[in-house]
Design a protein around this ligand. Structure first.
Ligand code: CP3
Length: 344
């Protein structure tokens, strides 16, 4: 049904002529056409208005022709729906004025009917699907429970999220209670997104790597596994857990369709650790997009050679940075489209 199904075929592990490509955080930030919309509407208005969210989702596709679109939204709409106030502060990032600190705060959290409270996301999915006219697939996403937990405990971004980790090690019961609530809401949310029409789902565990290999399964992976278990019959699930190369072996057995990897592990090592069968996604260092376009292309070709063209989705190892020149992002995408067997 979808005309360019390279991305879905790579998720199934099928043989392809070239790997598909998209970029994490491709919608927004570095695009001049996004900056125009950004001048007029604040961040959550952009998320909550389906016309704007779908337009921003399509902007990078029109400019570069990636093989998949990712819905413009944010992982923090989940805590918002749970009654936790989240603001996006200019030049600062997410700000939670009343972070969760006690049992009492936990008891005030709502378990929302996501169909109602996040209806605007579902409308944005439907509108985006219409605008995409089945040309390429649409990715829906959510943060991992652990990554959401980090923000709602810490109250903002942080280098080490020490307040979130402190709660885990001083009040583990409270931590697990909250993680479970976030997990339950995330599952209903993603199920609604699937009903609304997304073709694949990505889970972002941006702060998984802050946990030790022993603590990761306890505070992050066990919740991600619940989400995978609930969705994998319905839709391909990609898990991107930044800094968690040490867990690739377990993740490969989880039922996820693909695993995202960051740039701190070589493609060969990532293949070895994940057992060689599962589709991998990544892992271009986002700051390498500062290199001249010709060098970017060479590096991308080398990366495809090292991962292998099959069971592979070309991507960055984390989100694109706001000051990447548009032509450098273009070189990244073009390099993949120009890929052919002669390059290897
Ligand atoms: O991939 C996409 O283009 C889809 C849209 C998307 C956004 N946020 C839009 C956004 C996605 C997938 C996210 C996920 C997200 N949000 C994550 C996980 C991925 C990652 O990068 O680690 C996290 C941790 C957040 C929380 C968040 N939202 C932060 C820390 C910030 C501020 C810093 C930043 O990333 O720019 C945001 C704001 C945000 N979310 C912007 C965009 C386009 C920038 C807002 C602006 O200044 O216009």
């Amino acid at each position: 049904m979808i005309k360019n199904d390279l991305f879905l075929r790579a998720l199934k592990g099928e043989t392809v002529d070239r790997p598909p490509v998209w970029m994490m955080r491709q919608a927004g930030r570095y695009l001049p056409e996004y900056m125009e919309i950004r001048k007029k509407y604040d961040f959550f208005t952009r998320c909550e208005t389906p016309e704007l969210a779908s337009e921003i989702t399509l902007q990078p596709i029109r400019r570069y022709g990636m093989d998949a679109a990712i819905l413009f939204s944010d992982i923090l709409v989940i805590p918002q729906a749970m009654g936790i106030e989240v603001q996006m502060k200019e030049g600062f990032g997410p700000w939670i004025p009343h972070p969760i600190q006690s049992e009492k705060d936990l008891n005030q959290i709502q378990m929302p009917d996501v169909k109602e409270s996040l209806n605007y996301v579902m409308e944005a999915v439907k509108m985006t699907k219409e605008k995409l006219e089945n040309k390429i697939p649409l990715i829906g996403f959510a943060g991992s429970p652990w990554t959401i937990f980090c923000y709602v405990i810490q109250g903002s971004g942080s280098k080490n999220f020490h307040k979130a980790k402190k709660i885990c090690f001083t009040h583990p019961k409270l931590a697990h209670n909250l993680l479970q609530k976030i997990t339950d809401v995330t599952i209903s949310y993603l199920k609604e997104k699937i009903k609304a029409g997304v073709d694949a789902v990505q889970l972002f565990d941006s702060w998984g790597g802050l946990l030790s290999p022993d603590d990761y399964p306890v505070f992050s992976w066990s919740y991600l596994q619940q989400i995978i278990d609930s969705l994998q019959q319905e839709i391909p699930v990609i898990v991107f857990a930044k800094g968690c190369w040490y867990a690739l072996d377990n993740m490969a057995k989880s039922g996820a369709s693909a695993l995202g990897v960051d740039w701190t592990i070589s493609p060969q090592e990532a293949r070895k650790r994940s057992g060689g069968q599962i589709t991998l996604q990544g892992n271009f260092d986002p700051t390498r997009l500062y290199s001249p376009p010709s060098e970017i292309k060479e590096l991308v070709h080398r990366m495809i050679r090292d991962f292998g063209k099959d069971r592979y989705i070309v991507n960055l190892g984390h989100g694109i940075l706001p000051d990447i020149p548009v032509e450098n992002a273009g070189a990244f995408i073009e390099a993949v489209k120009e890929y052919n067997a002669k390059h290897v």
